[in-house]
Design a protein around this ligand. Structure first.
Ligand code: SAM
Ligand code: SF4
Length: 313
């Protein structure tokens, strides 16, 4: 089915982000307004619908799935959804989370095929964490990271490095190094509320790399051609990734589709046009999916007013 999944630029769609809901228990200043409103729970895809849609997309060529949101650990059915997806022939199943409620799910998740946990951590300083997330959750998040490592998950830290937490670069690197896990620095994207402060707060990946080169010997690590991140190994053994969506966009090799929490499929985070898959029979999938893929931008769309948490980050 790769013909159907391959667009006119030769990009083959094989990765899927699945948003489980738009709600969150944090209010990260660059992601959400302080008073956000969320979808009603009964409007969201149910676990059996998520299982069916992802199964159908798997038949068309999707190989890797990552659950996200909003905050996916707020879905009471997280384990049930993960169990359903674990029955599919996926090469990889992962979860992106802020970590606050993660720990209690770990024993059940460990029994599924979900192996990869990307945990967001923008600060290792309690006050700064609280200011950025608008929630005093550092202790719980660190506890969950340590428990996930201990349980044998493949854990990566995702950090949006901005003016507000640039001074924490060394502390964040040390946090990851002492735990033997990879840290990835995401550039702030021109999406949603981040548009309001982007110019004052944005830090390009090149600036961080320059700072790291002054302190370390670094060698580039090979990544897959459709990886959104590029990676370095530091002389202290730490692996550091960069997702430079703004300064070095990777649209030309992007292989990702996105399913939102109500069943609409998008070709790109920045592409507002989407098509519904909820309630469709499998026969209807090829034409809808093909249409969605034809909407995938080849050049980076500059900005998006709609916030990331509503689409699935
Ligand atoms: N709530 C979960 C979390 O925070 O990991 C999953 C959803 S969140 C939208 C996914 C990722 O998107 C997080 O790592 C977050 O830091 C990032 N993110 C949100 N808004 C962003 C923005 N404007 N630019 C760059 N990354 C952003
Ligand atoms: Fe919530 Fe994640 Fe957005 Fe922070 S980045 S407000 S944790 S959805």
């Amino acid at each position: 089915m790769t013909d159907l999944m391959t667009d006119k630029h030769g990009r083959t769609m094989r990765k899927l982000r699945v948003s489980l809901l738009d709600a969150c228990n944090f209010r990260c200043t660059y992601c959400m307004p302080a008073s956000a409103t969320f979808s009603k729970i009964h409007d969201l895809l149910m676990p059996d619908e998520i299982g069916l849609i992802v199964s159908n997309l798997t038949k068309l060529g999707i190989e890797e799935v990552r659950l996200t949101g909003g905050e996916p650990t707020l879905r009471a059915e997280l384990v049930e959804i993960t169990e359903r997806l674990s029955e599919l022939p996926l090469k990889s199943l992962g979860l992106t989370t802020n970590g606050l409620l993660l720990k209690k799910f770990l024993p059940e998740l460990k029994k599924t095929n979900l192996k990869s946990l990307n945990i967001s951590l923008d600060s290792v300083n309690r006050d700064n964490f609280k200011a950025l997330a608008r929630f005093d959750g550092l202790v719980e998040v660190v506890d969950a990271i340590d428990a996930a490592i201990e349980a044998g998950f493949k854990v990566k830290i995702n950090t949006v490095l901005m003016k507000q937490n640039l001074s924490e670069l060394d502390g964040l690197l040390e946090f990851a190094r002492t735990r033997g896990i990879e840290i990835r620095f995401l550039e702030l994207m021109k999406i949603g509320v981040a548009l309001e402060t982007f110019e004052e707060t944005f830090i390009p990946a090149a600036q961080i790399i320059h700072q790291l080169r002054n302190q370390h010997k670094m060698k580039q690590v090979a990544v897959s051609v459709d990886s959104t991140a590029f990676k370095y190994q530091l002389d202290n053994g730490l692996q550091v990734g960069f997702i430079a969506s703004e300064s070095m966009p990777f649209c030309g090799s992007c292989s990702r589709l996105r399913l939102d929490s109500k069943g609409s499929l998008r070709s790109c985070l920045m592409q507002e046009n989407k098509l519904n898959l909820r309630g469709l029979s499998f026969d209807e999938y090829p034409s809808v999916v093909k249409q969605v893929i034809s909407l995938k931008p080849y050049d980076r769309i500059e900005k998006l007013e709609q916030p990331m948490y509503q689409i699935g980050g």
